[in-house]
Design a protein around this ligand. Structure first.
Ligand SMILES: *Cc1c(COP(=O)(O)O)cnc(C)c1O
Length: 422
């Protein structure tokens, strides 16, 4: 039933939003390059790249042209029993970009679904290898792997947005990232004790996103790979947020110099044009499903998987990564973000300013009056969406220096007149 006082506003049930008390959402009518245009004609510099996805800026002409051409030729066709050139080309390109034999690409329609598919691949892999009891997973404190029920079970249970659901969520193993000897031993013990029920370890390599914007180093990721090998459990890298240049390398696993058994990619895959994600498996995983028995197949198939428009957008984005130094731009952005955000260190309640690639994070003790803070950013002409205990920016990788400076200045100015103490 519509809310009596504002029926229009409640027609849309909004994400992560207390519908009763939240301020009205900002209406955006268009977006070009690095700016969003509001319904009342203001231009806002986008510091979010629409949740990490718009890696080349909005409405990039090459992507628009590619998607338009595809729209006229074949906007969609089912993928069961059918294939098409945009999907074939994209799968081949992803396989060529990823290390070793990560080359079996399963198309999903969102990041959360890609995580679900990775869970099903891992459980199915062990069943076909004679270990049917390996049906559970281990993930790390502060992890975020998505909002569907399987993916929710992999999120940090203490800090997740999923506390409501109790026993409806699968029970998994969770522990701190192995950043030192003590935490490495703790992980090693859990894996050794429960390896007969653990199908895989899920990890966001180098940067944990929505669970707190926290960083760890390559050595931590290497320890996880080593312990997965020692205990014969699969390692699943969730690079839905970190993939495609964000950390200053094409993939975080490149920096870590490890190869996971399965990798999930999403967000920037189509440069923020369409919803699409992929789950990519190594041959060892793929081969387990390869048999004369139809019952050994991977039983999954989203209606809109490998949507040709999304594939066209992703292929156009791959062209841009080949033609332009986007990844180097992201790497170079790190020092610029550090310099631009450094004054935040002196603000009352700021715990840490940290930057990696095209990610800048100001962690504070507390974010009181969040709605007021968000509005203050809009009033200074930038779009940011602080959450939890972080003000953060993840702009398009090719954001020009002048706009990056304006973004950083806006953050420093808005935050300087406020306190963030607990
Ligand atoms: C965003 C995100 C997801 C979920 O992707 P959706 O497309 O929102 O379903 C999963 N894992 C990580 C690391 C993410 O950042």
């Amino acid at each position: 039933m519509p809310h009596p006082s504002s029926p229009d506003r409640n027609a849309i049930w909004r994400p992560y939003c207390q519908m009763k008390t939240a301020p009205a959402p900002l209406e955006i009518v268009s977006a070009n390059d690095f700016e969003l245009t509001t319904a009342d004609g203001r231009k806002l510099i986008d510091g979010m790249a629409s949740w990490w996805s718009v890696c080349h800026g909005y409405a990039h002409p090459h992507i628009v042209e590619s998607v338009n051409k595809q729209l006229e030729r074949l906007p969609h066709v089912m993928f069961g029993g059918i294939t098409h050139e945009p999907a074939e080309r994209l799968a081949a390109r992803l396989a060529a970009m990823l290390p070793a034999d990560l080359k079996h690409v399963f198309f999903a329609d969102s990041g959360s679904v890609a995580v679900e598919v990775a869970m099903k691949m891992a459980i199915g892999y062990w069943r076909r290898r004679g270990r049917p009891n390996r049906q559970r997973f281990l993930s790390f404190d502060h992890a975020y792997h998505g909002d569907t029920t399987g993916a929710m079970s992999l999120c940090d249970p203490q800090r997740s947005m999923h506390a409501d659901y109790g026993n409806a969520i699968l029970k998994q193993w969770h522990c701190p990232l192995p950043k030192d000897d003590a935490s490495e031993n703790a992980l090693s013990e859990i894996l050794a004790r429960h390896r007969d029920e653990i199908a895989g370890v899920f990890l966001e390599p180098l940067v944990q996103g929505a669970g707190g914007m926290r960083f760890h180093d390559a050595a931590t990721v290497q320890r996880i790979r080593k312990l997965c090998d020692a205990n014969e459990v699969l390692m699943i890298a969730d690079e839905i947020a970190t993939g495609f240049g964000r950390t200053g390398a094409m993939f975080a696993i490149d920096t870590c110099e490890i190869v996971p058994d399965i990798i999930c990619l999403g967000k920037a895959l189509t440069a923020g044009t369409m919803s699409m994600a992929v789950t990519v498996a190594r041959s060892e995983v793929f081969d387990a499903f390869w048999s004369d028995d139809p019952g050994d197949a991977l039983m999954h198939g989203p209606t809109f998987m490998a949507n040709p428009l999304a594939c066209a957008a992703a292929n156009a984005s791959m062209d841009l990564f080949e033609r332009e130094p986007q990844v180097r731009r992201a790497a170079d952005m790190e020092a610029k973000l550090f310099a631009g955000l450094a004054p935040c260190r002196d603000i009352s309640g700021v715990v840490e300013v940290r930057c990696r690639g095209a990610i800048g994070v100001i962690q504070v003790e507390a974010l009181p009056r969040l709605d007021e803070l968000r509005q203050a950013f809009v009033d200074t002409g930038v779009w940011l969406r602080p959450f939890g205990d972080c003000v953060y920016i993840t702009p398009p990788l090719n954001l020009p220096d002048t706009l990056l400076e304006r973004l950083c200045d806006a953050i420093v100015n808005v935050m300087s007149s406020r306190r963030f103490t607990a």
